[in-house]
Design a binder for this molecule. Structure first.
Ligand code: AMP
Length: 563
């Protein structure tokens, strides 16, 4: 296994093989075998573009040859940042074929995140779109290649002619098709296929190495648990780089089942409803904040959604009330999903009782998934007691990439991943997520590490101390509130956002609210007491020790109760 990764202990690997979870099949094998069965069938759709299974195989072979001609070698890392377009899938399979490893970046990422991913993975190449949603990706690529000695090649989805600076993906794909899969050495199924980004609680986001064996198994288990077949059409609404969209069952599961993937670049009902109607989509996956929009739109937006069989909802908490409105309003079944790029996936099932579907996140997709709910001392708790969710299993890797120190904290000695989520198991074995202990904000499904934002805030000359906490929000679930202790004249929220944007931070990580205080309340260990801060933004009484300074924008201070 790749240096910097933690392999499963041999006895676990043997067991997962003996029990038939790991079948020694790579993601390339998965695509080739689906193409052998469904060659002429449409694999991918985006707008008016359609790619058959046969074409996907040929295009990914040509692109693999093109990457090789341009010097991408087995084992090297390539940061891939593309919107939901067929080229994302072609690029990934091309890199899998030559044994190079995509590192998934989100379309919303900016200089700060992309630089970090390139540095952490020592990427030799970066794949990016042209100007996308107003952001100049080529300019960022040029900047990063000037800064980073390791970044050799810049591949763009844009239609530039090949220059010293950029290689268009269309030129890479123009390479001759070697005509057969064996033109490339078969990937080792135990090897890392690609890296997923962690939702993260650390100042510098971590990446998660996923092997062919573990990911193919996860996709297969998700296909079974979701009841996906070759007759299904999956609408990819969230970014394809999310684990949820990529493999739960998502794009990879649909390709495994021999179905069709429709790629939508935008989750709005105005874009998705017509796509569901046009393509007769049967299956899709969204977060609760998008469900709100879809439920509202169903009242006024004329569209035939009758093909839609299942709506998977995951990524953040879904209220019972919203869950209960879905079937009557959209005419499809709800499947609650709990999942994480680190591994464990749970689904409610088609034959579950209604109440289970409305109020739980279901059961693990694999019988080999191990779950423990523990107290602060790692003691296992009985059913229905709330504690931290720990997990281990055949698709839950044993460590982040190049993160020895962090791994020692994030995993137990016996290899369970500490999710940082608070959960309970019902007596019949369904998981219910009850909250979390990790220092993260879940902003409409986008995960924001408080520590990362704090690190950026502290580089501002007018900020001496900073603590970032979630604020409850009706639509997004949570928004981001930054408490700061200023140096001199306090900055306004607009100034702070502009400063973080200038530092290249993605827009979804910018504070939505700024509170300026003379001191941060501290815990016994001398760290900012985020429990107090989170309670203040929820509207609870402000302790005497916390004094607000009116911001330049003149926002009134939160009310301090009399006495
Ligand atoms: P990510 O790795 O970005 O998919 O984020 C994983 C995290 O999202 C989990 O550890 C949870 O904190 C949160 N999460 C995922 N699914 C759900 C869900 N159904 N309900 C509540 N939180 C969720």
């Amino acid at each position: 296994m790749l240096d910097g990764c933690t392999p499963w202990p041999p006895e676990f690997a043997e067991r997962y093989r003996a029990q038939g979870y790991w079948r020694g099949e790579s993601l390339v094998d998965l695509l080739e075998s689906s193409a052998a069965r469904h060659g002429g069938k449409t694999a991918l759709v985006q707008g008016g573009r359609r790619v058959t299974y046969g074409e996907l195989v040929r295009r990914s072979r040509r692109m693999a040859a093109g990457f090789r001609e341009r010097g991408i070698a087995p084992g090297e890392r390539v940061v891939v940042q593309l919107p939901n377009v067929p080229e994302f899938v072609v690029v990934c399979f091309a890199l899998f074929r030559i044994g190079a490893r995509p590192v998934f970046a989100l379309p919303a990422h900016r200089a700060s995140e992309i630089r970090h991913l390139c540095e952490l993975s020592e990427a030799v190449a970066y794949v990016f779109p042209d100007v996308h949603r107003g952001f100049d990706h080529p300019a960022l690529a040029r900047q990063l290649s000037d800064e980073l000695g390791t970044l050799r090649t810049l591949f763009t989805l844009g239609e530039t002619t090949e220059s010293d600076a950029f290689v268009p993906l269309s030129a890479v794909e123009a390479a001759a098709d070697p005509g057969h899969a064996s033109a490339f050495p078969a990937p080792d199924p135990t090897d890392v296929a690609f890296f997923l980004l962690s939702g993260g609680t650390t100042a510098l986001p971590k990446i998660i190495p996923r092997t062919h064996d573990d990911y193919v198994y996860m996709a297969r288990a998700a296909v079974t648990a979701a009841g996906l077949t070759e007759n299904d059409t999956y609408l990819a609404v969230l970014p394809v780089e999310f684990n949820f969209t990529w493999g739960c069952p998502g794009v990879i599961g649909t390709l495994l089942a021999g179905g069709t993937v429709v790629l939508s670049e935008d989750p709005t009902p105005e874009r998705c409803f017509p796509a569901i109607e046009r393509e007769r989509a049967t299956f899709t996956a969204v977060g609760p904040s998008i469900v709100h929009l879809w439920l509202e739109a169903a009242e006024w937006l004329e569209a035939d959604l009758s093909s839609l069989r299942t709506l998977q909802i995951g990524g953040s908490p879904l209220s019972r009330e919203v869950a209960a409105r879905i079937e009557p309003t959209l005419g499809c079944r709800v499947q609650q999903v709990f999942g994480m790029a680190e591994g464990l996936i749970t689904f409610t099932r088609g034959d579950d009782a209604v109440e289970t579907v409305l109020t739980t996140q279901g059961r693990p997709i694999s019988p080999a998934d191990e779950i423990r709910i523990v107290d602060e001392k790692d003691q296992e708790l009985p059913a229905d007691a709330i504690g931290e969710l720990l997990t281990r299993g055949p698709y839950t890797p044993r460590g982040y990439y190049r993160a020895l120190e962090h791994n020692a904290r994030a995993f137990t000695e016996d290899g369970f991943y500490r999710s940082g989520d608070l959960a309970r198991l019902t007596p019949d074995g369904n998981l219910v997520i009850e909250g979390r202990i990790k220092d993260m904000i879940n902003r409409g499904g986008d995960k924001v590490s408080a520590g990362e934002v704090e690190g950026h805030l502290l580089t501002h000359p007018a900020i001496a101390r900073a603590a970032v906490v979630p604020v409850p929000d009706e639509y997004l679930g949570e928004r981001i509130c930054a408490f700061i202790v200023p140096v001199g004249e306090p900055p306004s929220l607009t100034e702070v956002k502009a400063a973080l944007t200038d530092r290249g931070l993605a827009a979804y990580k910018l504070p939505d609210r700024l509170e300026i205080v003379t001191e941060l309340p501290l815990t016994g260990l001398g760290k900012p007491d985020k429990k107090i801060l989170a309670a203040i933004v929820r509207g609870e009484p402000v302790p005497a020790a916390v004094n607000f300074i009116p911001s330049a924008a003149g926002r009134p201070n939160p009310a301090r109760p009399a006495g």
